[in-house]
Design a protein around this ligand. Structure first.
Ligand code: HEM
Length: 103
């Protein structure tokens, strides 16, 4: 599958004015479909977390055409996620919840 970068950029531009609503929807979708992921965020300030998620998504989308700028940042973000309890089987869930939020 090749990534349709133009479409992703366009879609992201359209959700930007409603960014917090988008992030609220993302975590609602995630926890509704996968309640077992909720405990990972038990001590998390979700308002702050939504901002962090959004800024990392902005960084990713703004650099889709410049992937070498992303490699280091995403590797360290991924490494920190080991400590947060993220495991490979969580990734499809996050992908689905992101697509639903965009929709
Ligand atoms: C595989 C699925 C994922 C799980 C289970 C997960 C879970 C978590 C958890 C539990 C935290 C810690 C919250 C706290 O500090 O209390 C966190 C932090 C964070 N997550 Fe995720 N996450 C996932 C994927 C992602 C993705 C795809 C992104 C963005 C591209 C992302 C961006 C962040 C950011 C920016 C933080 C803030 C802390 C930091 O920068 O290290 N996460 N995540």
């Amino acid at each position: 599958m090749t990534l349709n970068v133009g479409l992703l950029e366009q879609s992201f531009q359209r959700i930007k004015p409603r960014a917090d609503e988008f992030a609220v929807s993302f975590y609602e979708n995630l926890f509704a479909a996968y309640p077992e992921m909720k405990p990972l965020f038990a001590k998390t300030d979700m308002a702050k977390q939504r901002k962090k998620l959004l800024s990392s998504l902005v960084l990713v989308v703004e650099n889709l055409r410049n992937p070498q700028a992303l490699a280091g940042v995403l590797k360290s973000l991924g490494a920190r996620h080991i400590g947060y309890g993220a495991i490979p089987k969580h990734y499809p869930a996050v992908g689905e919840a992101l697509l639903m939020a965009l929709q």
